[in-house]
Design a protein around this ligand. Structure first.
Ligand code: TRP
Ligand code: ZN
Length: 441
């Protein structure tokens, strides 16, 4: 079970968290009105309307594409970025917001013209020189730099977000990650296309979503070009910097696979990890049988060697995994197939079909946990109904797990075990009720 392990491990280590607290770095004063006619333009909203996270995402526009051109130096942890954002206005805008936490903004242009901006802890308000008309496409170019902001997993206190590691960086968080390293409309309601140009000192390697489309070394720095190809929610974007053993292969159905395992992971642990990754094609077959065709053009894994990463995340096409899923408490290698099943199930539930509100998180976690039950059946271990019954019997009636309202768990319990376990139980109960024909329709 993905979360149980994740939970118990981070309970032991919650105190080692170092949260980088960068707040308002100020841009130009934003009190002045934009030049030109402001008569009929409006302010884009600072939030997209999520009841749990009122200032996440923004209103008044939709992003079409992020071109992220970033240079990251593991020696200083500093990221130097140019974010090119192509968007369409859904309202006429004299100003609009992006989400950005920490980092220093150096300049902003909108449609090539210098813009003003102001900042609060989470909001970057951009005031273009010329108002943007409703329906128009526009381009924003933000130059920024700094040590990316790190977040915590809600309710757990474990580190998440853009995490610097001894040999580079790991980028994974939910719901908070993207705004810590690039200006973004940070909500799954606004999926967009991406392209990444990540430059690192020669000798470091970068893995991200999608396809590696270029690599070039000049004057001691290497630029990796990654193309995720399909649109994605902002929290699913990842760039992972380090030293990787890369394995490129194809499943039996010819789907391209790109696996990257931290080169520091060796021995029995490495063998256990490799054995799970080798089964990804089979996992996708089983899940495809249940959920329909795999929704993306590539797949794979990023397995991190850092000791203080306590989770896996369904980063699109290429989940990030903690190596700890393949280790027991004594450090002996264990079978970790089910976490791969879980994260690959999220490619359907969470990634392809994304949440409209974070409070609906059980639609991600309940389905991904149910996928683990389907896998257990495929492996001949137990049927979903048997797992349902055993789970039901194992949890005492007065356990707080029964009290969580999984459709409205509150921000602190967003990733509570109840959301996972009772989410999957809900699906099994429904299946029992309506019968297989309707359940699988
Ligand atoms: N969605 C992840 C999973 O179940 C777990 C998770 C919850 C997580 N919150 C997170 C991962 C924050 C990274 C950061 O697979
Ligand atoms: Zn999950």
């Amino acid at each position: 079970m993905t979360m149980t392990m994740w939970k118990s491990r981070n309970r032991r280590t919650a105190s080692v968290l170092a949260i980088v607290c960068l707040t308002t770095a100020l841009g130009l004063p934003a009190t002045a009105q934009a030049a030109g006619s402001t008569a009929r333009c409006t302010s884009g909203a600072p939030g997209i309307g999520d009841p749990y996270y009122p200032n996440y995402g923004n209103g008044g526009y939709q992003v079409r594409k992020y071109n992220l051109d970033v240079t990251y130096d593991p020696a200083t942890d500093v990221l130097d970025g140019v974010a090119g954002i192509k968007a369409s206005a859904t309202k006429s805008l004299c100003r609009f917001n992006l989400d950005l936490v920490g980092m220093t903004v150096r300049s902003i242009k909108v449609n090539g013209a210098r813009a003003r901006w102001s900042r609060t802890e989470h909001e970057l308000t951009v005031i273009p020189k010329h108002p943007i008309r409703r329906g128009d496409r526009f381009q924003v170019k933000v130059k920024y730099d700094g040590v990316p902001h790190e977040f915590e997993i809600p309710g757990f206190g474990a580190r998440a977000g853009f995490m610097t590691t001894p040999d580079g960086a790991t980028v994974a968080g939910q719901p908070e990650v993207a705004a810590g390293w690039f200006p973004v409309n940070d909500h799954p309601l606004d999926k967009a296309r991406y392209s990444f140009d990540v430059t690192v000192p020669k000798g470091y390697e970068v893995v991200a979503n999608g396809f590696l489309t270029g690599r070039e070394t000049k004057r001691g720095w290497t630029t990796y070009e990654w193309d995720p190809r399909e649109p994605m929610a902002s929290y699913l974007a990842t760039i992972d910097i380090g030293h990787w053993d890369v394995h490129k292969w194809r499943t039996e159905t010819k789907l391209p696979v790109y696996d990257a395992v931290d080169s520091a992971i060796t021995g029995g642990l490495r063998a256990a990890i490799d054995s799970s990754l080798a089964r990804q094609g089979e996992v996708l077959d089983v899940l495809g049988e249940a959920f329909g065709p795999y929704p993306f053009s590539t797949v794979g894994a990023i397995v991190e060697g850092q000791d203080d990463l306590f989770f896996a995340l369904e980063t699109q096409t290429r989940p990030v995994y903690s190596k700890l899923f393949w280790q027991d408490a004594q450090g002996n290698p264990v079978n970790g197939d089910s976490v791969v099943v879980h994260e690959l199930a999220h490619q359907w539930f969470g990634d392809k079909v994304a949440l409209a509100r974070w409070q609906d998180i059980w639609l991600n976690e309940g389905f991904a946990t149910y996928a683990e039950w389907l896998w257990a059946e495929h492996e001949g271990q137990a049927t979903p109904q048997e797992i349902f019954q055993a789970t039901y019997d194992a949890i005492p009636a007065d356990d707080p797990l029964w009290d969580v309202v999984i459709g409205d768990p509150t921000v602190d319990l967003l990733f509570d075990n109840a959301v996972y376990v009772r989410g999957a139980m809900t699906l099994q109960a429904l299946r029992e009720k309506v019968g297989d024909d309707d359940f699988w329709r």
